[in-house]
Design a protein around this ligand. Structure first.
Ligand SMILES: Nc1nc2c(c(=O)[nH]1)N[C@H]1C(S)=C(S)[C@@H](COP(=O)(O)OP(=O)(O)OC[C@H]3O[C@@H](n4cnc5c(=O)[nH]c(N)nc54)[C@H](O)[C@@H]3O)O[C@H]1N2
Ligand SMILES: Nc1nc2c(c(=O)[nH]1)N[C@H]1C(S)=C(S)[C@@H](COP(=O)(O)OP(=O)(O)OC[C@H]3O[C@@H](n4cnc5c(=O)[nH]c(N)nc54)[C@H](O)[C@@H]3O)O[C@H]1N2
Ligand SMILES: [Mo]
Length: 770
């Protein structure tokens, strides 16, 4: 059948199924429509749609979508399409009841896609895999806990168990979890931060004495330049677009560095803004958009600093005061000379080639930077998920320190965290590298002896499981096997286990990697009312800006049989540790008691139960925000790095893996990626039109992508896109098969999800498809 010309005038012969450029702004009516559809599909006419109105309100629940903070001043509903999707998919009326598992065998469910599994609905009962029938069968909570306890007690050594934590868990659940795990005897805490902002957690303490961002939301009102590097807020932190558009309206330059043109960084029509919604207008966001090559950030940042040093020298030569903040550097920092020497040693040709940006473009970034008195640098996975992720983060700190853009209003560093409480989980003890003072206080409060040896982060955990050294894996949330790189290695690792336990709201593919004993425990989500022995409870979370606040679910739980995460941890702990005298039930009966314990172990939570009851909560101490540098020297450090980052060699392209607009990590809500013009499919590769021409490949052709030996993606459709030369992009988790488990940042352990060296050729499947 002949395709008709599209409404955008693309001739029929050039049309590619499911690919059509998107001309609109981010947000706008498209966002409202997407929410309406999600509500209809997931919640029908349920009255629980009122949940959407209580998201991020002082008396409501914290949005499970992302860790962007809430504007304290607004009492009105802050609309966010992807937050709304996260809520509707949790508050769905669909259920995975016992009939579902009676109907579908584990083997048949393995054929389901992530989208189909997620769409099937909420878990309702504790389940265990029954090998004889190949079905998951319902079991009682007591039975589940007994089996888990027996499995953990059967191991020769507590270090044979891995305890994963995803960033959805509340402070209370995570704290109780680390208590159980340390009382059991290990520091094996692979956590989703290991795949995400570990470069921040490991890199920033060396630079500025804390592994967290230094800015607050109010700082954005005072900034006079904002840099957005390697993050896609239109999809992943949509509430940030309100902040960015307020800044843009004030005339603040917003400088973007991203290999892909992302609509959410270009234009925004705010659903909060009735006049904007009703007019053809939208707010222009980026004032300058630099399509840095994938993996080219190290070169770009060094280039900006080189241009700054050169302009500084020129200014001094003219008799000016220079462009560096010399009093700040003298009083607060160490290492400037080494940094300067390392940057002066680099030549511009190398910088330009490696960054994929012209010298003029890099100089213009330096000029915007040096003209502003107060600069915020925001960044995400485009910076951290590389073999040089930690170095990248430290280069951002170098750049900010050169002009004293740390610890003053309107300036600082802003890592965009992923999961809504990933930062909090770390704060309350989910780490494989605990500090001695923390362990000493934990031991004193609970009368236990925590292990001192360092444990496993995510890559190490999977390697230990694969080698048979670790035999049990318990996951508090998440979809570890699917989120990790290298499914061949990671799936095999899970299938070797003696015991695999997943505590989840929804069933996912990690549950289907069948261990000797495989148990799935259904838990309450953020939106739901949590009733414990002494009444309804609420939890706390910490956002990207170190604000700790309360979150109160109020919807009727999906079924009566669900338990809260703290209650599940307590149930496992009692079964696994019968001889340890911790009053688990008493702690869970009233979460204030867990918060008191958090305060005892982490003194920064002083008066926790009082302060968190104040509207908006409180901010944890961030020394660097006040120019207090908690480094061994008491100063902030410039850290000189060699030029790093993936290089296109021998005709290779560098592939980055990204999120579509219709997914939450491994949770696929739908097959569209509206702002990138993709509808109904995910099997696409984005490429630059000139790279395609060089390879003799046309837009819409079917291609194969070859990575390291034995790693390939076949039969993908290539889409000409506004992406940097030499760079490709594909969706995660499908493209994880191209990322070797061993290819990670040696400092942070973060997999190189965003710089995979590949070759692209016309597909060998083409003949069959035609
Ligand atoms: N709706 C929704 N919200 C989410 C999530 C979700 O999946 N869906 N996930 C949550 C989580 S856990 C996280 S960590 C965050 C992730 O939020 P982001 O950090 O925004 O995550 P990504 O989509 O992986 O990629 C970000 C951007 O990096 C760019 N990029 C890729 N490679 C490079 C590079 O080499 N250099 C530079 N400068 N840029 C590059 C991509 O083009 C993309 O625009 O979002 C959180 N919020
Ligand atoms: N190639 C590639 N791989 C990546 C990335 C990438 O950019 N590229 N990003 C990485 C990043 S940044 C991250 S953070 C990881 C994500 O890794 P994970 O956090 O492990 O994965 P999610 O997909 O967020 O987890 C989804 C599951 O969480 C469960 N869940 C949802 N809500 C709750 C809750 O309230 N409680 C509990 N207990 N469970 C709940 C649901 O059952 C769902 O199946 O993926 C990483 N993997
Ligand atoms: Mo993340």
């Amino acid at each position: 059948m002949m395709a008709k010309d599209s409404p955008k005038g693309i001739p029929a012969e050039e049309q590619v199924a499911g690919v059509e450029p998107y001309d609109g702004p981010a947000g706008g009516w498209g966002a409202l429509k997407a929410v309406a559809l999600a509500v209809r599909d997931q919640m029908g006419s349920s009255k629980d749609t009122r949940a959407l109105l209580k998201m991020n309100q002082p008396t409501g629940f914290d949005c499970p979508g992302c860790a962007w903070p809430d504007p304290k001043k607004t009492s009105s509903f802050e609309f966010c399409e992807n937050g709304a999707k996260a809520v509707t998919w949790e508050a769905t009326t669909k259920r995975l009841d016992t009939d579902f598992f009676a109907q579908h065998s584990a083997t048949s469910l393995w054929q389901w896609s992530d989208y189909q599994l997620e769409d099937a609905g909420r878990l309702t009962h504790p389940l265990a895999y029954d090998r004889d029938s190949d079905h998951f069968v319902p079991i009682s909570w007591d039975e589940a806990f007994n089996r888990i306890g027996a499995g953990l007690r059967a191991l020769d050594d507590p270090n044979q168990a891995e305890f994963y934590c995803s960033g959805r868990a509340s402070n209370e659940a995570a704290f109780l979890y680390q208590l159980m795990v340390r009382a059991y005897g290990t520091n094996n805490f692979p956590d989703c931060s290991n795949m995400c902002h570990e470069g921040t957690s490991m890199g920033l303490p060396k630079s500025i004495g804390i592994g967290k961002g230094t800015v607050t939301l109010e700082d954005f009102d005072e900034a006079d330049a904002i840099f957005c590097i390697g993050h896609n807020p239109g999809t992943n932190h949509p509430r940030m677009l309100s902040t960015l558009s307020n800044a843009a309206r004030r005339g603040v330059p917003i400088v973007v560095a991203n290999p892909m043109k992302e609509r959410g960084l270009e234009r925004f029509k705010s659903p909060q803004h009735p006049t904007e919604m009703l007019s053809p207008n939208s707010t222009q966001l980026a004032s300058a958009y630099h399509q840095v090559r994938v993996g080219g950030d190290s070169a770009m940042l060094k280039g900006i600093m080189k241009a700054l040093f050169e302009a500084d020298a020129a200014d001094l030569a003219r008799g000016g005061a220079g462009l560096l903040d010399r009093p700040f550097i003298a009083e607060h920092t160490l290492g400037i000379d080494e940094l300067r020497e390392s940057i002066e040693a680099l030549d511009w040709d190398t910088i330009v080639a490696r960054a994929g940006l012209s010298k003029a473009a890099i100089e213009s970034m330096a000029e915007t930077y040096s003209k502003a008195e107060r600069v915020i640098v925001c960044y995400g996975m485009g910076i951290t998920q590389h073999a040089n992720g930690t170095a990248n983060v430290q280069e951002l700190a170098n750049l900010l320190l050169l002009r004293g853009n740390m610890g003053k209003p309107g300036a600082g560093i802003c890592p965009l965290r992923g999961h809504s409480n990933v930062q909090g989980d770390r704060t309350v003890g989910i780490t494989e590298l605990p500090s001695e003072p923390v362990l000493a206080r934990l031991d004193a409060y609970f009368g236990i002896t925590s292990p001192r040896a360092h444990g496993h982060a995510a890559v190490e955990a999977l390697q230990a499981m694969r080698e048979g050294k670790s035999k049990a894996c318990i996951s508090l949330g998440g979809n570890l096997a699917v989120a990790m790189p290298d499914p061949d290695a990671c799936f095999e690792a899970f299938r070797k286990l003696e015991l695999s336990v997943n505590i989840l709201t929804k069933f996912n593919r990690t549950c289907l990697l069948l261990a000797k004993e495989t148990i799935v425990l259904p838990c309450l989500g953020r939106t739901e009312l949590d009733e414990q022995a002494e009444g309804p409870q609420w939890i706390t979370v910490e956002d990207s800006m170190s604000m700790v606040h309360a979150s109160r679910g109020f919807l009727k739980p999906a079924t009566v049989d669900l338990r809260s995460e703290p209650a599940i941890v307590a149930g496992m702990a009692k079964a696994a540790l019968p001889d340890i005298d911790i009053p688990w039930d008493w702690l869970v009966a009233d979460y204030d008691r867990i918060r008191d314990a958090i305060e005892a172990v982490f003194p920064d939570f002083r008066d926790f139960n009082v302060r968190v009851r104040q509207k908006g909560g409180f901010r944890l101490t961030v020394g660097a925000s006040k120019r207090v540098w908690n480094t061994p020297s008491g100063k902030a450090h410039f850290i000189a790095h060699p030029l790093t980052g993936a290089v296109n060699e021998g005709g290779s392209l560098i592939l980055t893996t990204i999120r579509s607009h219709d997914q939450y990590n491994t949770t696929i809500y739908g097959m569209n990626d509206r702002y990138r013009g993709i509808t109904g499919r995910r099997d696409v590769i984005f490429a630059h039109v000139d790279d395609l021409a060089e390879l003799g490949i046309a837009h819409g052709d079917m291609v194969d992508i070859e990575g390291a030996p034995g790693r390939s993606l076949t039969g993908y459709t290539v889409v000409a896109h506004e992406i940097a030369r030499g760079s490709l992009a594909a969706y995660y988790p499908e493209a994880n098969c191209l990322v070797p488990l061993d290819d990670h940042d040696r400092t942070s352990g973060t997999p190189s999800y965003k710089s995979v060296r590949v070759k692209m050729t016309r597909s060998r499947l083409t003949a069959n498809a035609a």
